[in-house]
Design a protein around this ligand. Structure first.
Ligand SMILES: [Fe+2]
Ligand SMILES: [Fe+2]
Length: 340
């Protein structure tokens, strides 16, 4: 009994001692993440969303002085002319039309970020990969549809090109288009790769976190800038219900750790940036771009008709491209009512 009385009782029930916080690491890189844009036209309709593009370009211009990188996640062009599905469709665009519309986007990005010395990364998507498949099948086309050459994505112009299914690495984050074999969603992407991956391809926004012995990894899908309604031909008449418009702002620290601030573009026309700046799509600017794109397409079609279909130089009057006007909100809800 006496021994028991002598024994000390531990009255301190809290055994938790906070560890010292990690030393903060300097911000090193700040990247603007552009998901699938799908620039191009099919049966006279844009497959990119002109309002979303305008919001994106305004946001890019606002952030450009602070950016170190702009990363394009592939499917930047829709490349309908190279599509193996296109043979089934009414209107087959020519490669020159796709190149012209896509390069307009590249040049706009160049004009915004080049004065600030921002590094530009172009990750090839599965739609760009169609050109590689054609080149492999018809080597004579190699120089004609070489996307790096046609879009002037050369190193001298400040571009780094990452082939389809390859990864760009920034700190401890990896970046790819997203059609990585076996990775159907964010959960399998992080398990297949074992690292943190940012990707697009599925046009939706998901974030999945996975902790293993090396720490926390994440896979994040970044949405798209593609036209959601009407759905593009490659959606094969499925309703793209999971698609979302947005972009990521990725901050990477000197120790490689990172944080992605994802901004959703609300109703294809509005976004608020982290510093509180509100950006609304400019209807006038979107219309100006659409007019420019339509004029370019018409000029090219005239050229084609002269060169290939009228050997004596006769110019065939061709139908103006329809459907490039911006649609109103009301037209978006396409509900079929019972006819009386
Ligand atoms: Fe895509
Ligand atoms: Fe894709």
């Amino acid at each position: 009994m006496a021994d028991q009385r002598k024994r000390k009782v531990n009255t301190n029930l809290s055994v938790y001692k906070p560890v010292r916080p990690l030393r903060s690491s300097k911000k090193k890189w700040y990247a603007f993440q552009i998901p699938d844009v799908h620039r191009g036209y099919h049966v006279g309709l844009p497959s990119h969303d002109p309002m979303v593009w305008d919001v994106g370009m305004q946001a890019l211009a606002h952030l450009a002085p602070r950016l170190t990188h702009v990363i394009i996640y592939g499917d930047f062009g829709n490349w309908e002319s190279l599509s193996h599905w296109a043979g089934l469709r009414a209107d087959q665009p020519f490669i020159e039309e796709d190149v012209a519309i896509t390069i307009m986007g590249i040049e706009e990005i160049n004009s915004i970020v080049d004065p600030h010395g921002v590094k530009k990364v172009f990750i090839m998507g599965n739609h760009e990969e169609w050109s590689t498949l054609l080149e492999a099948k018809y080597p004579i086309l190699r120089n004609e549809i070489n996307i790096v050459r046609r879009l002037h994505l050369h190193k001298a112009n400040g571009w780094t090109v990452i082939p389809n299914n390859h990864f760009f690495k920034l700190g401890k984050s990896f970046h790819t288009h997203g059609n990585y074999p076996g990775a159907r969603d964010a959960a399998t992407m992080v398990k297949e790769t074992g690292v943190s991956v940012f990707y697009a391809h599925n046009h939706t926004r998901t974030a999945h976190y996975f902790r293993n012995l090396e720490g926390v990894h994440t896979a994040q899908a970044l949405g798209c800038w593609a036209m959601i309604d009407p759905p593009p031909p490659y959606a094969k008449a499925k309703l793209p219900s999971g698609w979302v418009h947005g972009f990521g702002l990725l901050q990477v620290r000197a120790n490689g750790l990172f944080q992605c601030d994802y901004r959703t573009i609300i109703e294809s026309s509005y976004v608020e940036l982290p510093d509180g700046t509100e950006i609304v799509a400019s209807y006038r600017e979107a219309q100006r771009r659409l007019r420019e794109e339509r004029d370019t397409l018409l000029r090219l079609r005239r050229e084609y008709s002269e060169r290939y279909y009228a050997p004596e130089g006769r110019v065939h009057e061709i139908e103006p491209l329809k459907g490039t006007e911006l649609r109103t909100r009301v037209q978006r809800a396409r509900v079929h009512k019972q006819q009386a």
